[in-house]
Design a protein around this ligand. Structure first.
Ligand code: SAM
Length: 292
């Protein structure tokens, strides 16, 4: 592994964040991502995890230029198909919100958590994977069991040339600068990429502190409305977790349907812990959620 002058500092940040007992597997530069990325193993009680991490801006911090460890994706080493992050479990509901999820477009592959989940729980679904960073994908293949080809391109460029339709489109696009920037043209292409009855789900991290998020989420809503659809949002109370925006075009597109949709999905797919906790302590809102 090539050593950069600041490697020691980065290793120190990783050890501080994940604990002295954590084991760094790889630390390397990722040019498209814009910052070094790493894979680290650590234990939390009886659970053993491997996380794909990086360094990024600390939205809402006193000094926003200060380097901060950011977690991009995580894997339970004993149960690699389980989704570790709550936001990923929320995003997985997109597969329940369309009638027959036979194809999916995953924009932003990271540590391939959603890909492993799909293989285990929705095996009939054929995913197309797109990620801008080859180095991150090399880590996903070596350390996170990713075993499928990935289109190495930006989601924006991929969508501009796309003519296929997918039952599910997931947008989870983050790099060292935070979320990719999305405009109405991007969302229009996402909706164009949806098969009839399909569902688009978008992950918004730091939505309460990053002011760039709300206009981008509202741009998606504007595109949805222009097509006769709507979007809605789900996040945990407290506004510290991520926010998921759903644009569902199927019969169960109303926000009220999500609870029964989850129950059915959990039962049919035998989700871990019967899907308990996925919608617990969550608010479901038709407008962008704001702290009062
Ligand atoms: C949070 S991770 C995705 C985690 C993933 N959903 C999973 O299941 O593990 C974000 C990924 O988005 C990718 N990315 C960021 N901006 C991008 C863009 N504009 N186009 C394509 N990929 C992008 C990064 O390289 C990174 O791998």
């Amino acid at each position: 592994m090539p050593t950069r002058p600041d490697d020691e500092k980065l290793r120190g940040l990783i050890a501080d964040y994940f604990g002295a007992g954590s084991r760094l597997r790889i630390l390397r530069s990722a040019p498209a991502f814009g910052a070094p990325v790493f894979a680290v193993d650590f234990d939390r009680g009886v659970r053993h995890y491997r996380t794909l991490g990086s360094f990024g801006p600390s939205f809402g911090a006193v000094n926003p230029d200060e380097l901060q460890v950011t977690e991009q994706s995580s894997m339970d080493l004993l149960y690699p198909a389980h989704l570790v992050f709550h936001y990923e479990r929320l995003m997985s509901l997109a597969f329940a919100l369309c009638e027959r999820p036979m194809t999916a477009l995953l924009l932003g592959v990271g540590g391939a958590a959603m890909w492993r989940f799909l293989r285990a729980y929705v095996p009939e679904c054929a995913p197309t994977l797109v990620d801008a960073d080859d180095s991150v994908m090399a880590i996903a293949r070596r350390w996170f069991y990713l075993g499928q080809p990935v289109v190495i391109d930006t989601a924006q460029r991929f969508l501009a040339g796309n003519t296929s339709r997918f039952d599910v489109v997931l947008v989870d696009l983050y790099d060292s600068r935070g979320p990719a920037s999305f405009d109405e043209a991007f969302w229009a292409r996402c909706v164009d990429a949806l098969a009839p009855g399909g569902c688009l789900a978008t992950n918004w991290a730091d939505f309460a502190s990053n002011r760039a998020v709300r206009p981008m989420a509202e741009a998606q809503n504007a595109v949805a409305r222009a097509r006769g659809f709507d979007t809605y949002f789900v996040t945990r109370r407290g506004f510290r977790d991520n926010l998921i925006q759903y644009l569902s075009t199927g019969d169960e597109r109303q926000p009220e349907a999500i609870t029964s949709v989850l129950e059915r999905f959990a039962r049919e797919r035998r989700l871990p812990d019967r899907g308990r906790g996925i919608l617990e302590h969550c608010i479901v809102s038709t407008g962008f959620p704001l702290e009062i």
